[in-house]
Ligand binder design. Structure first.
Ligand code: NAP
Length: 243
C-alpha cells in the first residue's frame, strides 16, 4: 500500500493507459481523482476501481476548468500528493496538410493541458511541502515521426516543461519526471497499419507492442516516496524499440 491515504490525480483516466494508471494507484491504497472530458466516462473508471475513487469532468486545455477541478478534488478528497498528466490526443497529418486548428488543439491539450494542471497543483503541493508530478510524453517527442509534427512538438514540449518544473519546485520536495511510452495498445493506436505493428514486434527486443499494464508500474515508481531523489528525468518504456 505505497500510496495509502494519498490523493492522486490522473488525467485521461477514462480509457487506455490512464485507466490502468488509475487502477494501479487505487490498488496501492490511493484515493484517485479520475479525470476525463465527460463525467460519465471518468466516473465509469472510478466505479470500476473503487477505493474511494471519484470521477471528474475537465478539459485540461481550459485553465478555468482545471482550476475548478483542483478546487473540487481538494474539497472532496484532500490535497493532491500526486499528479499524473496523461490526457493526450493526436491529429495526425503531413505538415503540408496540417491545419492551424490541428496544430493548436494538439498543443493545447497535450502541452498547455499539462502546464495548466501543474500550475493549479503547485500552490497546494508547495504548501504541503510534498508532491510528485509525472508527465506522459512519448518516444515520438524524443525521436519524431512523419505525420505527427504537432504531436511530436507537444510531447517534446512536455519534456521541457518537466525540466523547468523540476528546477522550479525541487526545493519544496516536489519532483517532476516524464515517461516516454513506445507503442501501446489503446484506442490511440488502434488504426496503426498491420505492417507497422509487425515492424514493432520484429524490432523491439520485447517482441511486441506494449500494453497499458507495462506503463503503470513505471509511473507508480516515479510517483512514489522512494523516488525522492529522481527529478527532471525522462524514462523511456518502449520494450527496447529505440535502443
Ligand atoms: P486514449 O486511449 O486515446 O485516451 C486518451 C485519454 O485522454 C482519454 O481518457 C480522454 O478522455 C483523455 N482526454 C483527451 N482530451 C482531453 C482533454 N481535453 N481533457 C481531459 N482529458 C482528455 O490514449 P492513450 O493511448 O491511453 O494515451 C494516454 C497518454 O499516453 C497520452 O498522453 C498519449 O499521448 C500518451 N502516449 C500513448 C502512446 C500509445 O501508443 N498509446 C504512446 C506514447 C504516449 P475522453 O475519454 O473523455 O475523451
Amino acid at each position: 500500500m505505497r500510496f495509502s491515504e494519498q490523493v492522486v490525480i490522473v488525467t485521461g483516466a477514462s480509457r487506455g493507459i490512464g485507466k490502468e494508471i488509475a487502477r494501479a494507484f487505487a490498488n496501492e491504497g490511493a484515493r484517485v481523482a479520475c479525470v476525463a472530458t465527460t463525467q460519465p466516462g471518468a466516473q465509469k473508471t472510478a466505479d470500476e476501481i473503487g477505493q474511494g475513487a471519484k470521477g471528474y469532468a475537465c478539459d485540461v486545455s481550459n485553465s478555468a476548468s482545471v482550476d475548478a477541478l483542483i478546487e473540487s478534488v481538494s474539497q472532496d478528497l484532500g490535497t493532491p500528493a500526486v499528479l499524473v498528466n496523461n490526457a493526450g490526443i493526436t491529429k495526425d497529418t503531413l505538415i503540408l496538410r496540417m491545419k492551424d486548428e490541428d496544430w493548436d488543439r494538439v498543443m493545447n491539450v497535450n502541452l498547455k493541458g499539462a502546464f495548466n494542471m501543474i500550475r493549479a497543483v503547485a500552490k497546494p503541493m508547495m504548501k504541503a511541502r510534498y508532491g510528485r508530478i509525472v508527465n506522459v510524453s512519448s518516444v515520438v517527442g524524443l525521436h519524431g515521426a512523419a505525420g505527427q509534427a504537432n504531436y511530436a512538438a507537444s510531447k517534446a514540449g512536455v519534456i521541457g516543461l518537466t525540466l523547468a518544473t523540476a528546477k522550479e519546485l525541487g526545493s519544496r520536495n516536489i519532483t517532476c519526471n516524464a515517461l516516454a511510452p513506445g507503442f501501446i495498445e489503446t484506442d490511440m493506436t488502434e488504426d496503426l497499419p498491420a505492417e507497422f505493428r509487425e515492424y514493432v514486434a520484429k524490432n523491439a527486443p520485447a517482441g511486441r507492442l506494449g500494453k497499458p499494464e507495462d506503463i503503470a508500474p513505471a509511473i507508480l515508481f516515479l510517483a512514489s516516496r522512494e523516488a525522492a531523489y529522481i527529478t527532471g528525468q525522462t524514462l523511456t518504456v518502449d520494450g527496447g524499440l529505440f535502443l
